[in-house]
Design a protein around this ligand. Structure first.
Ligand SMILES: *Cc1c(COP(=O)(O)O)cnc(C)c1O
Length: 371
């Protein structure tokens, strides 16, 4: 089956007594045992597993071409479960522009358990020189936030294989519809399902999908099931419902984003546009090779400083001034002020999550805001 079909049909046609066409929400925390002590329904207790979460994990597994998926109550918890599963004293190589919430975890509460180097992963050749005897994992994020940098997944996977390292990719900006890191050699794919997978800015969640089950993955699964930072059955229902339209939402996001990027690239008040679909993007060719399309996220540098950038985000009428991304509504934000005083993000940078409104309305709104 093709991804559009998988998204709609994977595990949704349940054989229930009432003949539901979509999966009902199963709220029970506990499940009946039979005379032999077994669990004929396949579930024991809802922290460990439940029907809605199992269905969600199944469809994400299929969309990412993996063997198994663990879902979590947030993207940050998905990442944290990986860091927790690593042996004490392990060294991690991660991108210098790693999602700040994950980088913050490493720098704060993992600082006395793990060691790390944050480097520019767009320069894949440099990675090998950072590998140490205790290096266990390379963590990549592509496209990255907020500069939309692209890491060559296949090239980095080769380096990780040769050095026996776990290779994890935060693929949130791409969604499973635009990029499948496991097919390019990654071991684990992460998503903040809060973003494109959820797609409507109304549910928080995260996922990890493994290329194959192994000892490390068993630890991740144990952390999920015993720790219990899992999405509720209702969250899983919402995510399953969202996934059915994911392929078509992504088409719309990409279509709008490339048009907006081209419009902004020619605007006299814009200094730079970062969008991997533009020929001017530094890693456009790599993006073309590893992505089916270029996504709905773009960043711009406004000519001027933070004051000029804030003037723009304060003047838009259709774009909502808010953080996050991947929803049907377009969002705009002055990124440096979200990331705090230590940020390396340029002060004149505006990040845009291009939604599914009509492109003419989005362009007209930015036109008036840029004055
Ligand atoms: C949002 C985000 C996360 C964190 O996910 P939450 O669901 O907010 O916890 C991680 N990585 C990327 C790239 C994100 O955009």
């Amino acid at each position: 089956m093709k991804t559009e079909t998988i998204a709609i049909h994977a595990l949704n046609l349940v054989k229930s007594a009432t003949g539901d066409v979509t999966m009902p929400i199963s709220l029970s925390t506990t499940f009946l045992r039979d005379e032999t002590g077994g669990y004929p329904g396949g579930h024991m207790y809802s922290r460990v597993s439940n029907p809605n979460r199992a269905a969600l994990e199944q469809v994400i597994t299929e969309l990412e071409f993996g063997e198994e998926t663990c879902t979590f109550s947030s993207g940050n918890t998905a990442g944290m479960s990986i860091f927790q599963a690593l042996k004490y004293g392990s060294h991690i190589i991660a991108p210098d522009d790693m999602y700040w919430g994950l980088k913050k975890q490493l720098l704060s509460f993992f600082a006395d358990k793990l060691t790390f180097d944050f480097i520019d992963l767009t320069d894949v050749d440099k990675v090998e020189s950072f590998i140490k005897p205790n290096t266990e994992m390379v963590w990549a994020e592509t496209p990255s936030n907020p500069l939309l940098k692209i890491t060559d997944i296949e090239a980095l996977a080769k380096i990780c294989k040769a050095n026996n390292l776990i290779f994890a990719v935060d693929s949130t900006f791409a969604s499973p519809m635009l990029q499948n890191p496991i097919l390019l050699g990654a071991d684990i794919v992460m998503h903040s399902t809060t973003k494109y997978i959820g797609g409507h800015s109304d549910v928080l969640g995260g996922s990890l999908t493994t290329a194959s089950k192994n000892k490390f993955w068993e630890r991740v699964r144990d952390i999920q099931q015993t720790g219990g930072a899992v999405p509720s059955p209702f969250d899983c229902f919402l995510l399953l419902r969202s996934i059915k339209t994911l392929a078509y939402r992504m088409k719309g996001h990409c279509e709008n984003a490339i048009q907006l990027a081209k419009y902004l690239e020619n605007h006299p008040k814009i200094e730079a546009v970062y969008y991997p679909g533009l020929a001017s993007h530094a890693q456009h060719q790599i993006a073309k090779n590893q992505m089916k399309n270029f996504g709905g996220m773009l960043s711009i540098l406004v000519k001027g400083d933070a004051v000029d950038a804030r003037k723009v985000v304060n003047s838009v009428k259709i774009f909502a001034q808010a953080t996050s991304l991947g929803g049907v509504e377009s969002l705009i934000e002055h990124r440096a002020s979200v990331e705090g005083p230590d940020t390396k993000t340029p002060q004149n940078l505006i990040r845009i999550s291009v939604g599914l409104e009509h492109i003419d309305d989005l362009i007209a709104d930015l036109e008036q805001a840029l004055g």
